[in-house]
Design a binder for this molecule. Structure first.
Ligand code: ADP
Ligand code: MG
Length: 506
């Protein structure tokens, strides 16, 4: 058999306005774990979606076991023993694990007569690979980690020789990630080939045999993992040397600026997503909320920002009790909010950079006088923010939709911080933006703390939580599991709390 299982040659793929892959070459060896490393937007998912038959390349060739192939759709891919676990799982929640596993593979539901055999095969695989998957469970009752195991088992069920995983650890706790990486190693030892997409350097170092770095839609290099190091990988990934050391001074917490007692929030399905959260944030302090995504953090943030309904015993801002009526004018009371989803909540995409800067203040002086917009003032103000926050845009009249994710995020951060908030609520400030912009945004948040703000930081990125917080609260299933100081030696304990184990008091 060929030593090279997959060869992708000169793959080109464009979408309107974006060249996602610009002539990518990739060779994957049989039985190896091959990492695809790259920043957000580098083209990793598109490249693997082409291999899995989800997109048709504009140009380029794919060789599979030495033979030139065309993979028209995922069914083609599965028939060729290629499996893919997507970033967002594709399971149907309302049916069982077994039904999900065979779904789409048979011309009809004839196979239903054969369910006992299907169950048997799933149980055997589950046992062989120590996956602990129950074929009769409803997918909607499974945790995220369990759903991921179902996706993997589905690929194994269909006889995958090559398994592609797209950022699989993004939704897992540190312990679950550790377990998954060990499991992938086992699969590779049994002869499976694995392509593992990630933007995390430590994962590459820990699990892969070789790594291909993608940048800007091109494969920059393929290296043997044992011959490289995180610093070199970071440089190749970003295209320059990166300094990821933030200069964080010791916090000097002062008076309580914001406090909430017994907050309850119901989610869109009518279930209690936040189950009685109490916390306070002091001036010159960053309180971080860690947790696996989906444990009530989004609802907590939306409720505190006044964007969804909630119940509470008491909320105070600068010692003033807040009523539900006050929520509409929180930003006039000294609060600012950097939301989780900049495109849906933070920005108005068809508007210009400058219109986005004044979206909430255009009625106020000095931007408006006697009902007339002061274009000159607005323009000067916008230019000063663009300069101060190093936002890369054509000019301030450019549509915000044309900016990169990192620059869009800087627009939101610039607008919110420029109001000199007393209380700043920040949710996922650096998700999906490049390392350079991440560094910048984090520096700005720290500077705001040092200037006196009380900051509540919600992030599923543990590294970010440890780097910025003065105190860390861990959230699990709508509750605060406990508090820890930002000491990296406690990361394992935080991981356990993220999985619902209560704090072991040191
Ligand atoms: N279906 C699509 N339509 C338009 N643009 C897309 C689509 N899928 C990806 N892109 C763009 O292609 C580029 C590469 O995306 P992707 O492969 O998802 O990056 P990543 O390396 O983060 O996985 C990005 O600029 C992305 O916005
Ligand atoms: Mg991706």
């Amino acid at each position: 058999m060929e030593d090279i299982i997959i060869r992708m040659v000169n793959i080109v793929k464009s979408f309107p306005g974006v060249q996602a892959n610009r002539g990518v070459n990739l060779e994957v060896r049989r039985g190896e774990i091959h990492c695809l490393l790259g920043e957000n937007g580098a083209g990793k998912t598109v490249l693997m979606s082409i291999l899995y038959g989800l997109y048709k390349p504009d140009a380029g060739e794919i060789y599979y076991n030495g033979e030139k192939v065309e993979i028209r759709n995922p069914k083609d891919a599965i028939n060729r023993r290629i499996g893919m676990v997507h970033q967002h799982f594709m399971l149907v929640p309302t049916i069982t694990v077994a039904e999900n596993i065979i779904l789409g593979q048979y011309p009809s539901w004839k196979v239903l007569n054969d369910m006992p055999a299907v169950y048997e095969k799933i149980e055997k695989l589950s046992k062989d690979f120590d996956l602990d998957v129950d074929p009769s469970a409803l997918v909607q009752d499974l945790s995220v980690g369990e759903q991921q195991r179902v996706e993997i088992l589905k690929a194994l069920y269909h006889g995958a020789d090559l398994l592609i995983l797209d950022e699989p650890t993004a939704v897992l706790t540190p312990q679950e990630s550790e377990h998954l990486l060990g499991f992938l190693r086992q699969l590779a030892d049994r002869g499976l080939t694995i392509v593992f997409i990630t933007h995390k350097l430590e994962e590459v170092m820990q699990v892969s045999d070789r790594v291909t770095i993608l940048r800007d839609g091109k494969a920059i290099a393929t290296l043997n993992t044992k011959d490289t190091n995180p610093r070199e990988l970071a440089r190749l990934m970003v295209g320059r040397d990166v300094l990821m050391d933030l200069k964080k001074k010791e916090g000097q917490p002062g008076n309580v600026v914001f406090s909430v007692r017994n907050l309850r929030v119901t989610d869109e399905r009518g279930l209690l997503a936040v189950k009685g959260v109490s916390l306070e944030v002091r001036e010159r302090e960053i309180v971080g909320i860690a947790g696996v995504s989906g444990n009530g953090q989004s609802e907590l943030a939306l409720a505190l920002a006044g964007l969804i309904d909630c119940e509470f015993d008491e909320i105070t801002l600068n010692s003033t009790p807040i009523t539900k009526k006050d929520f509409a004018r929180l930003n006039h009371m000294g609060m600012a909010h950097i939301p989780e989803d900049r495109q849906k909540m933070g920005l108005i995409l068809p508007f210009s950079v400058s219109e986005n800067f004044i979206a909430e203040t255009y009625r106020d002086e000095p931007f408006s006088k006697r009902g007339f917009l002061q274009f000159r003032t607005i323009n000067d103000y916008s230019k000063s923010l663009v300069e101060k926050f190093s936002i890369r845009c054509g000019d301030v009249e450019e549509e915000i939709a044309n900016l990169s994710g990192g620059n869009q995020q800087k627009v939101v951060v610039a607008r919110e911080l420029d109001r000199r908030p007393k209380f700043l609520l920040v949710n996922q400030p650096t998700r999906g933006i490049d390392i350079g912009a991440t560094e910048f945004v984090r520096q700005q948040i720290l500077a705001e703390r040092d200037a006196g703000a009380a900051i509540l930081l919600i992030s599923t990125d543990l590294e970010e939580i440890f780097a910025l917080s003065d105190r860390i609260l861990v959230m699990f299933e709508g509750k605060i599991m406990g508090e820890v100081p930002p000491d990296y030696s406690l990361i394992e304990q935080v991981g356990l709390m993220m999985a619902g184990k209560s704090a072991v008091h040191a």
